[in-house]
Design a binder for this molecule. Structure first.
Ligand code: GLY
Length: 363
């Protein structure tokens, strides 16, 4: 085999490979042969991805001796409900899935979340493989074992840490990726440079026009680098309890609030791009970082066609209230990942509200 790179994710409880390359979906059966499985698998996917790749993946696996069943679930967050979970459990029971059967998550972050949750809980845990097809899922959501579903009262309220047997990142899937979603995913790529790797950040700045070309080697390299950085962070703080994994939430306190405020008309990455700019500005307002850091973060994001500012007509009180509901928040305080510099970030669990308000109102 050639043409792919392997990143090893090693935690206290697990060790598994992340394969990154182009056209490597063809190796899926071979990779799956590497772990104990009963050659029975369910490919969980949504309508769009199914219409593009479902038949191909089904044929690929069945021609390698796997008994394959494609399970189509609703698009986006709509699939992350207890109702869908129950329906898929039912299908697995009917298919006589056993402890060594495998769930293949073929799709973006939502399909990955649902599939991980099902694999973790069906018969107390069966095999699963992540095959992310969106940029956001390739660089973040598919890696690190977080899987959650929504309740009517909130997003990701019920979940588990459960790692896949392997992650297969085929960059060629991005050739059919919606352009707005692709750009939105680039915000998370930039995030890695800003929070922990200045050299990578500089690489992104220098190559930003090439990153917009889904066929470029620069994009493949950037995705590989993000997978390596995420594997490193998860390896050090698997269960998100040491404040290390939390830095991956840079831009997300303001970002999630703006995303919810926009009633999800903004893409996640667009909201995170805005959040990254504001959280840089809050870092500067608190004299933790130089003002030039703010300009640097904003200019690379706007150069990638991403938004950098909160729309003028937002209600600051409502936005701050949404920030307080962030999962990092303890005791009603505003928690946020702030910057000392490009490549140097840390979690602050009590950001002064007046500074947040001043920056959101006045910038
Ligand atoms: N997406 C953030 C994390 O995996 O911790």
């Amino acid at each position: 085999m050639s043409g792919f790179r392997e990143v090893l994710l090693k935690t206290e409880t697990r060790e598994y490979p992340i394969y990154v390359g182009r056209g490597i979906i063809n190796y899926l059966p071979k990779f799956m042969d590497g772990f104990k499985n009963s050659r029975k698998c369910a490919v969980i996917t949504n309508k769009v991805v199914n219409s593009l790749y479902g038949e191909f993946v089904e044929e690929l696996l069945s021609s390698s001796g796997y008994v394959v069943h494609v399970v189509e679930v609703p698009d986006g967050e709509e699939c992350k409900t207890l109702r869908v979970v129950e329906r898929v459990y039912d299908e697995l029971v009917d298919l006589r899935f056993d402890r060594y059967s495998t769930v293949v998550a073929l799709g973006g972050g939502s399909v990955g979340d649902l599939s991980g949750f099902i694999a973790a809980t069906y018969m107390r845990g069966i095999n699963y493989v992540q095959v992310p097809t969106t940029l956001l899922a390739q660089v973040d959501a598919s890696i690190g074992g977080k899987a959650a579903i929504n309740l009517p009262k909130g997003k990701n309220l019920v979940g588990v840490f459960y790692h896949p047997q392997l992650v297969l990142v085929d960059v060629d899937f991005l050739k059919t990726h919606d352009v707005r979603d692709f750009r939105s995913g680039l915000a998370e790529v930039v995030k890695y440079g800003v929070i922990m790797d200045r050299e990578f950040f500089n690489y992104l700045v220098e190559n930003r026009s090439k990153l917009l070309d889904v066929s470029s080697d620069e994009l493949t390299y950037a995705i590989l680098k993000c997978c390596q950085l995420k594997a490193m962070v998860v390896g050090e703080d698997e269960f998100d309890r040491k404040g290390i994994r939390a830095i991956l939430n840079y831009g997300h306190t303001v970002g999630h609030a703006v995303e919810a405020y926009s009633n999800f008309t903004l893409r996640h990455g667009e909201a995170v791009a805005i959040g990254m700019c504001y959280e840089a500005k809050i870092s500067a307002a608190l004299k933790l970082a130089e003002e030039s850091v703010v300009d640097t973060v904003c200019s690379v994001l706007s150069g990638l066609g991403l938004p950098t500012h909160i729309p003028v007509d937002v209600n600051t009180t409502k936005l701050v209230e949404l920030m307080r509901r962030d999962k990092k928040s303890v005791g009603g305080k505003i928690a946020m990942v702030l910057l000392r510099d490009i490549g140097n970030s840390f979690l602050v669990s009590d950001v002064p509200e007046e500074v947040v308000v001043e920056v959101v109102r006045g910038w």
